[in-house]
Design a protein around this ligand. Sequence first.
Ligand SMILES: Cc1ncc(COP(=O)(O)O)c(C=O)c1O
Length: 364
Amino acid sequence: MKKIKFTNLFALLPEKKKIVSKIITLIRNSKFVGGEEVSLLEKNFAKFVKINNCITVANGTDALEIAINSLKLKKGSEIIVPNNTWISTAEAVVTNNHKVKFCDVNLDDYTICLKDLKKKINLKTKAIIAVHLYGNPANMIGIKKLIKNKNIKIIEDCAQAHGTKINGRHVGTFGDLGTFSFFPGKNIGAFGDAGAIVTNSKKLALYCKRMKSHGALKKYDHMFSARNSRLDTINCSVLNIKLLHYNKAIRKRNLLANLYFKELKNLHQVKLFNLKYKNQSTFHQFVIRTDYRDALKKYLLKKKIETMIHYPYMLNELKFFKDRKKLNNSNKLGQKILSLPISEEHSSKEVKYVAQSIKDFFVK
Ligand SMILES: Cc1ncc(COP(=O)(O)O)c(C=O)c1O
């Protein structure tokens, strides 16, 4: 078996010739900022998510920052963020001058733990950011039940969950706003940084649209002092083409994930996802949990299998965040989790080899 890369972004690229030809046309016509490709992506992605508005932005972190900003919460408001997520989720709260409160994650799908969330919600809570981590949907129905009749806003961080659903409904449509990243390694990735915000609210959409472009909807129409977080034309054109192929990619990721489930289910030393909503994850990552993580990672590398860790630290372990209270499930979780190779370019044969190698490690 040749080396199994964790990801091979070039191999993942569909319709390479079409993409190159599109980019050359845009360069030839000097189309770099704004224009048809941008509005087309906003239309296409909104249609894909089945939501009224999509606003493209420069990256997923900006998407979170602008989404939080659009809620116009009082300075210093408390916002609940899961402890296991990429740093941006919490950073965006800090850059908006609000307070981060970390909530534990559950050990079934690693999204926000509802039992802990119930304890964390108090009169100071103004918003919750639910993260659909690894492509697994957080329990939005449960979260909404918990905040019923309370004035608490919800942002869904869908950076890792394009196309993830709950009972057939796309994530990003349950809260006030949803945010996405199109970082190159994400399930739908651009040729550099890229992101988007989605919402059904016309008012929030208009605000985000102005916020990402100097407070203006069109040239010189500034209504307030804002920022520049536009997504460039070339990247929008790449994403327009990639989006056409994405449903096929989701099906392949599900097929490979099911293979991992089947092959590893009897291995008691390894904990697999226990998904509440079947067949609705998009498996951005396939994460296993084991007390022998470091040794297993080393063994797999010897077998030429690349793995990664998402993430080696929990956010409450980072010194500069003020909320550093111990949380039971996520305590030292970064030392036990391991992300196995999964993408539409991996083959069933490769996944079976990875699974067999894991089994070999535990019998040796
Ligand atoms: C859960 C989560 N939130 C936010 C982000 C931020 O996205 P970006 O890297 O595009 O700024 C990422 C991407 O790394 C992410 O995984």
